[in-house]
Design a protein around this ligand. Structure first.
Ligand code: NI
Length: 158
């Protein structure tokens, strides 16, 4: 199943997933101008209806809140770009990752060119710890760019 299919709530055959909970409809009062801007944004992003766009916004807020709380179980990906020829950098990054092996589920290494490497790490554990590990790796001298993407375990996303 593709990430896109997952994000859209589609099952293996592309059909909508069967809802686990009960569905509740509620009315929202919005300023016309705000609603107009919202509709234009969701159309640009390819949503076919407001409900799906709203569900994604709510999930996004819930994930962000989990990360703010810090003690909840979370998952995330960290992308690093660095020059492996910088003295001791590759060793330093490997040492740091081994020090947190329990939180790093998987790594992917791509040799971008003769000098640069790209690494993608999948992290799983307490949100605050994952953020600290990501900050430490991104902040390591010689890492040219790093981005951390915080998400949540699927069961928490309803
Ligand atoms: Ni490399």
């Amino acid at each position: 199943m593709t990430a896109l299919a997952l994000a859209r709530g589609l099952g293996e055959n592309g059909a909508p997933e069967v809802a686990v909970g009960t569905l509740t409809r509620f009315g929202v009062s919005l300023d016309d101008d705000l609603l107009d801007r919202f509709d234009r944004m969701i159309e640009r992003k390819g949503y076919t209806n407001r409900s799906e766009a709203l569900r994604d916004l709510i999930r996004e807020a819930l994930v962000r809140d989990q990360w703010d709380i810090g003690t909840t179980e979370a998952v995330g990906t960290l992308t690093l770009v660095y020059n492996h020829e910088v003295r001791e950098l590759a060793d330093k990054l490997t040492d740091l990752q081994h020090a947190h092996y329990h939180s790093i589920v998987s790594t992917l290494h791509v040799h971008l060119d003769p000098h640069h490497c790209l690494e993608v790490l999948v992290l799983r554990g307490k949100a605050a710890e994952l953020k600290a590990i990501a900050d430490r790796l991104i902040g390591t001298r010689g890492v040219k760019h790093g981005t951390f993407s915080a998400t949540a375990e699927g069961r928490l996303l309803a």
